[in-house]
Every structure is written in C-alpha cells, then in structure tokens.
Design a protein around this ligand. Structure first.
Ligand code: ZN
Length: 351
C-alpha cells in the first residue's frame, strides 16, 4: 500500500500589543500550508471581511451593451475568421455559442467562444445548456486544431474570466480557448510532479487526491463523473473550489454527457458563490497533453471567485504576495469555506 498524501501545515504566531484590546499582549495565529503535490506554500490568515449582498449589476450590463463585440448585431462584422486550412467554415457555432479567433491572440491558436446571445448572464442563474454548448464547442475546436499545431505535446486549454474583477475586458460571457505547446508554468509543473508521483507510487496523483478528499472536511459533491472539493491550499483570498473529471485527462476526451454533468455542477457552484455576494470568477480547465497515454493526470477545473477588496476603492484581491512572491493567500480556512459551500449547495437557490 502506498503511503498517504501529506497535508502539511505550520503555524505562525505574531505577538502584538493590540489597540483593539486595550493594548493587551495578544498572539495572532496564521497558518502556512504546503500543497501535497508540488510542496508550494500558501498562507491563511484571519482577516475581517464583511459579508456583502450581490450588487445590482444592471447599470454595468447596460452601460457596456453598446459597442460590445459579441452581441448578435455586431459579432459577425467585428470578429475575425480563421483561414480555411485551420477551419474551413472560418467560425464554429453550437446553439447560441459562437467560436471565433481572438483578435488579440497570445498563441498560435487562440480563440474566443461567445457563450450567449444575451449580453449579460447573472452568476446566480447561469443557464446550464448555454455553458454546456460553449464547452462542447471549445472541445470540438480543440479536436480540430490540435493536430495542426506542430509540437511534440499539444494542450487544449479552456478558461473563463467572468466580469471585471477577474480581469475580463468584456461583460458579454465568453471563454478563451488556446491550443498550445506552452501550457503555462503552473500546469507544466503540476504535470511534471504528477509524472514523478506516478513513477514512484504506480497510481495517478489526482485519483489518490480524490480518495483522500472524498467525504472529508473539504468535500462538496460528486455526480456524473465529476467530483468537487475545496483545495487544501487555497488560491483565492475568499476561497476557491476545484472539480475533477474522474475518467478523462483532456477536454477532447469528454463526451457530451460528461460536459453536461460538469456544466450542471459548475452552475450550481456558481450560484452558491453568488449567494455569498460574489459576482466574478476565473475558471480554468487543466488538461494533460493531447494523446498523452501515461495515465498520470485527470482533467481538473479550478474555480476562483474574484472580488474588489473594498467596494469604493476597487482595490484588487491580488497583490505582491501572489504576483511577485508566487505565494497564495487566503482570509479563511478551506474547511470553513467548504462547509459554507456545502450548506449553500444543499439549499435551493432563491430564484
Ligand atoms: Zn454583448
């Protein structure tokens, strides 16, 4: 039997004379956790963050409608088309979803999926069919484009930045799809670590992690071959969640039913976050290379709610720790975050 995964943490204790307690000598605890796969550290501290209600986003939605490149009356005129050798039709459609080249590409194959005809989709009522269609369209495009990328290893990566706190420059819901030999440092390092784990333990790390998390303090749910939990090492200041595709290593290996199951669970988790007052997120699906047969990896999705720390200042939830020191930082414990998400997932949405 292979040894259990190591969920390691160290406590930090800061001693101050606290003006909030009449300058009594006070010890304030924080925690550093180490990712069981990569060993990367992440910090958790107690930081007061008042609960907020979901703001009225109608002015933001209305104010950005004019000039939106993805609205149906404009999208055909202002978005590019692919050359015939990549995509004979130039663009791809599925339901309301439309895939077009990114006008501002950052790789050889860099596409956008406009997910809906509606300019704005609320996070607490995301239509599952539209999300599933957009994912299926992204998958179909990756299947078409991957063989055309000349590289030993090709990755089809799908991401979703929703609303401005996440970095999204358009309110209109859209996915990014890149088909690339350069999957990014985080995914590259995780896959290398998973290959080492597989060689040493003779089993895939994501499966070992799933077994360790299933039914535990960070567990959320599992259905249709998709499992959700809150990661041991937080990424977001207000927590985050991750999904695992239990059988598949790439999005191109997912059949329609699997993508529908993922879309359904994603929309439920998004609704739970919206009921926490959050209204923006980053989502990334992390695949193995196309055609990789080692069995080391499973497709996973990381869902990271994003927010402005202060409602008037609009200061970012990302600063020097994350960007310059590469250190993740959270204001709440993953186990506490999971308990809150579980309660919201169990309660019916108000609308
Ligand atoms: Zn629009």
């Amino acid at each position: 039997m292979s040894p259990a995964l190591e969920f390691r943490a160290t406590r930090k204790r800061a001693r101050i004379h606290d003006p909030r307690r009449d300058f009594a000598l006070t010890e304030i605890e924080s925690e550093v956790r180490y990712d069981p796969l990569t060993g990367d550290s992440a910090r958790i501290c107690h930081f007061a963050y008042p609960k907020r209600a979901l703001p009225d986003l109608s002015a933001l939605a209305e104010g950005t409608r004019e000039g939106c490149p993805f609205c149906p009356d404009r999208v055909e005129r202002v978005t590019p088309r692919y050359p015939a050798e990549l995509l004979p039709q130039g663009r791809l459609r599925r339901g309301e979803a439309l895939l077009v080249p990114n006008l501002f590409p950052y790789d050889d194959v860099s596409a956008i999926v406009s997910m809906s005809q509606a300019h704005f989709l609320a996070m607490d009522a995301m239509p599952v069919t539209l999300v599933a269609d957009a994912l299926k369209l992204a998958r179909d495009f990756i299947v078409t484009a991957a063989p055309l990328v000349e590289a030993r290893e090709v990755y089809g990566i799908v991401t979703w930045n929703y609303m401005p706190p996440s970095g999204a420059s358009q309110v209109h819901p859209h996915l990014q799809v890149i088909v690339t030999d350069t999957p990014g440092n985080q995914l590259r390092r995780e896959l290398e670590a998973e290959a080492r784990f597989f060689a040493a333990r003779k089993r895939p790390y994501p499966v070992a992690l799933l077994e360790a998390e299933r039914g535990g303090a960070r567990w959320l749910e599992e259905a249709g071959g998709i499992a959700w939990w809150v990661p041991y090492c937080p990424t977001g200041m207000l927590g985050d969640a991750q999904a695992l595709f239990v059988e598949q290593a790439t999005i191109s290996a997912c059949d329609d039913a699997t993508l529908e199951a993922f879309a359904g669970s994603l929309c439920r988790v998004l609704s739970a976050y919206a009921r926490m007052g959050l209204w923006s997120f980053n989502l990334t699906l992390l695949p193995d290379a196309q055609g990789q047969r080692s069995g080391r990896h499973r497709l996973s999705a990381r869902l990271l709610p994003r927010f402005y720390l202060h409602p008037q200042l609009h200061n970012s939830d990302t600063a020097y720790l994350q960007l310059l020191l590469g250190e993740k930082f959270a204001m709440l414990y993953p186990e506490q975050h999971a308990a809150e998400l579980r309660a919201l997932l169990a309660a019916p949405a108000a609308r």
